[in-house]
Design a protein around this ligand. Sequence first.
Ligand code: ASP
Length: 594
Amino acid sequence: MSTAFRTQTCGELRAEHVGQRVALAGWVHRRRDHGHLAFFDLRDRHGITQVVTNAEDAADAHAAAEPARNEWVVQVEGTVRHRPEGTTNAELATGEIEVAVDRFAVLNPSKVPPFYINEEQPGLDETLRLKHRYLDLRRPPMQQRMLLRARLASAIRRALEDEEFVEIETPLLIRSTPEGARDFVVPSRVQPGHFYALPQSPQQLKQILMVAGYDRYYQLAHCMRDEDTRKDRGPEFTQIDIEMSFVTEDDVMAAVERMATRVSREVLPERPILHEPFPRITYAEAMARYGSDKPDIRFGMELVDLTETVREVDFRVFAEPIAAGGAVFAICAPGCADYTRKQLDELIDLAKRHGAKGLVHLSVQPDGSLHGPAAKFLAGRETDLLAAVGASAGDLVLIVADADRIAGAEALGHVRLAMGDALGLRQPGVLAYVWVHRFPMFTWEEDGQRWDATHNPFSAPVPDDVPLMESDPGAVRAQQYDLALNGWECGGGSVRIHQRELLERAFALMGHTLEGMRDQFGALLDALEYGAPPHGGIAIGLDRWAALFADVDNIREVMAFPKTQSGADLMMGAPSPISPGQLAELRLHIVEED
Ligand code: ASP
């Protein structure tokens, strides 16, 4: 890619260019001096090329290069030649050649960076990285990740456009659309006391686009949710937002699956997809087998429901939850019978952190007997228990009992993942996509003492369950699906309610008054009365998908300018106070905390 400054990039030159006169521009990655020779690794995002100045052959160039240090921006001109015998570098795409420089120009010097650009530094302080993000993004591993993300986004666009999806942008200054988080709001200057909300997602707008007839919509949409940051969640993120008309659950899942398969093959050809087609399991099955609604199916170690096996056992830890209608779940960690006290304590802590009252552990001895504080309560039932759990000599059985079936399964699900990590079963080399569907439509909110939507309030119930909406809301299943990949929730969506009357019934169940509904969702409710087609959609988290592809465990590693844990942009210094003049213009004043 030639420009006025260069004939090639730093990643392009090969043996076939030997003898050619070239110009390169880039950053000094490393410099080595050997008497009258100075070697520079010149770097840009395309690669690294070795260039050499020689005091004898080109004294001026050598002198001009003298001050150049790491991260200076320079331009060189010279001739491509083979590297001398024995000095070729097979790890570098340009490793067979070097450029003999006869003109060297410093385009811009650099201060000494606060961290190395040319070396990996384990444990490099994230605050420092974020403050000088331009330097962090210049580091080759970071550049690899940003380029991977760009390839992913581009493959997504191509896959969707080949299936006749059209990209339509929706505004950032909108009226609040609920996705279960707090809104970021923007005050209006023109209408003092009025606020826009930044989209938690373009949910209502994409549904309205269906009413408008754009039957296959997508957008790489920026979404903002004012909620606590986690490894897989930040205040700002990008989602591949999709909506389709005249579809059922199956149609949406099939379209997304085709896109995900094609994109995975194109972007990561070396990582096989574990199961094709992607398995589909119901929410109830996912919870019962994996203790998670985003199961990592790269390994087994499935949960076993031991409730019936231990129903008669005289052990308070099991008996009380069972009497309260709960359940006892177990997993078998193969070959872990010799876990130390410390390792077991860590697992117990982990289960407790995830809400379990405790974690019962039993080591299976060579003679089939059980060892552990609870073993005596199970005397005489060892064989039944081992058969139920599928354990044998040398294995470790881990059990959680809980009055709340789902809570107990979830806690043990976390222990399962930890054991998967400990035993090296969560191989990053494969892509294990799985659909989880048929979620409960409503969950009971203790705080507000009301039913709330598990996904978003627009999801449609499974048709058979519609009659249960008022009589048994907790039993209603939604036409809702999540896509999980290697234990992460990668996306979720639903078939929507497209009839006003049914939507009003669902809203009423969630405690909305008629006026409240009109106020918050008036546009969508109105639109539903003008020929709304049946429709459904999904949103896939681009940051999460990119993080999984890049094999990093934090989405900040695949975002160019992420916020910190506390929502700050350390480089630009946001959020920041605004001037008294701006406050006055917006008719706002800040109430100081005492
Ligand atoms: N709007 C939903 C979300 O952002 C996705 C969807 O239902 O399409 O989670």
